[in-house]
Design a protein around this ligand. Structure first.
Ligand code: FAD
Length: 306
């Protein structure tokens, strides 16, 4: 059995594994896909102290750093069940199971997609999901934000300060964001809000996005907006379905943690985008992974026989 078993091989999991291994304890890391969301990322300009990098390069850096330590890396393995106990058991899709005195869950999240033609084709070529990450790439340009909840309206306000013009499209008849955000949004000169809009297609010139097609749900009229960028803000889905009923989750499915990354199951910690941590970013996930790992070590020295 391991002392620490990390489930997830993104920035949070890599940081957790390195911090654990540096304590000289038996450390395992299992991941469906080592690198996590970073593998789907192109330009990264906000990983502090590295002015510019890209996803695959950062993922390789994570892997090299983890491999520098005595960590059992089990890549391409999907966890399907967690069974609490003095020794916590993680069951895998392939039928095997792995046991550990403590577990750090860092299974990340995925952006909810519009599922319309063009979205996949132009992902990273105008279709974006993270305004903090990609906003500056659209300086002075025209963008749309899809989604009128808090994250969509926050994104529109944020982007309005960088880009030329923002069109916010909401499916419903009204925005769902907090009133104070809506007030701020409506005060901005370069934002247009369209409600009852069903986005139907992302168009492009083969290389980059050049427009968005939507249907006016009142009139059924099909309309087109010329633009260079589309920020999809219709939700972030944590990869925690397999933990339902075992580990305490928020109503959004995020693993509930305290300031040390402790969940409501003894010996089980969590870090990164799969948790209730505010703001989902690489640097934040790494810090959270370190926190959860130190907390797991703290737990071990208090509960394990010498
Ligand atoms: P993830 O990176 O999601 O990693 C989760 C890991 O868990 C993966 O290894 C996955 O395979 C594994 N996993 C999931 N379920 C299971 C399971 N059941 N069993 C085993 N393993 C499992 N952030 C920035 O700071 N700057 C940026 O420029 C930036 N750009 C981005 C661009 C895109 C297109 C995307 C999608 C995200 C971007 N982000 C950016 C966000 C950033 O990638 C995430 O915040 C970060 O990767 C979260 O790290 P994590 O370790 O918590 O989760």
């Amino acid at each position: 059995a391991y002392d620490v078993l990390v489930v997830g091989g993104g920035p949070a999991g890599a940081a957790a594994a390195i911090y654990a291994a540096r304590k000289g304890i038996r450390t395992g890391l299992l991941a469906e896909r080592f690198g996590g969301q970073v593998m789907d990322t192109l330009a990264i300009e906000n990983f502090i102290s590295v002015k510019a990098t890209d996803g695959p390069k950062l993922a390789m850096g994570l892997e090299e750093h983890v491999k520098d330590y005595d960590v059992d890396v089990m890549n391409l393995q999907r966890a399907t069940q967690l069974i609490p106990g003095d020794l916590i058991e993680i069951k895998l899709e392939n039928g095997a199971s792995v046991k550990s005195k403590s577990v750090i869950l860092s299974t990340g999240a995925r952006w909810r997609e519009m599922n319309v033609p063009g979205e996949q084709e132009y992902r990273g070529k105008g279709v974006a999901y993270c305004p903090h990450c990609d906003g500056p790439l659209f300086k002075g340009k025209r963008v749309a934000v899809i989604g009128g909840g808090n994250s969509g309206v926050e994104a529109a306000i944020d982007l309005a300060g960088i880009v030329g013009h923002v069109t916010l499209l909401e499916f419903d008849g009204q925005l769902r964001a907090d009133a104070v955000l809506q007030k701020k949004l409506h005060s901005l000169p370069n934002v247009t809000v369209i409600v009852k809009a069903l986005s139907t297609e992302v168009t492009g010139n083969g290389e980059k996005v050049n427009g968005l097609i939507y249907k006016d749900r009142d009139t059924d009229e099909v309309k087109r907006i010329d633009l260079e960028g589309i920020f999809v803000q219709i939700g972030l889905l944590p990869n925690t379905d397999w933990l339902k009923g075992t580990v305490g989750l928020s109503n959004r499915g995020e693993i509930e943690i305290d300031a040390k990354g402790q969940t409501d199951v003894p010996g089980v910690f969590a870090a990164g985008d799969c948790t209730t941590v505010p703001y989902k970013q690489i640097i934040i996930a790494m810090g959270a992974g370190a926190t959860a790992s130190l907390a797991a070590f703290d737990h071990l020295i208090r509960t394990s026989a010498p």
